[in-house]
Design a protein around this ligand. Sequence first.
Ligand code: ZN
Length: 137
Amino acid sequence: MQKIEHIGIAVKDLENANLLFKKLLNQTHYKIEEVVSEGVKTSFFKVGESKIELLQATNNESPIAKFIAKKGEGVHHIAFAVTDIYAEIKRLKSEGFTILNEKPKEGADNKLVAFLHPKSSNGVLIELCQEKERNDK
Ligand code: ZN
């Protein structure tokens, strides 16, 4: 694991949360991205080497909608940057962690992502993310 890539925060209203985090961090989000397959709309803020990802559900089946219904708004996951997501999944699996998707999927922000079940990591949803190769280079 290289660093904390970002911390994901579940919010009910992305527009309001963007305003709040603008005040908090004294800067504006640098992008908004919808991940249709996950039912989320996200915005990103840079904080030094790391980022804050705000997530709002776009439908009731979204994992974010379910999370907020259960726990309310708040920290949803911690994402670690990895250089080889396939190797990390294999390593963590052999260490006994439950991987939610063993085949990495497309996440926001040009990343391949995989999640570890919170039950196997002290109640914290862990995201692994690897920067995708850009095809346009
Ligand atoms: Zn994330």
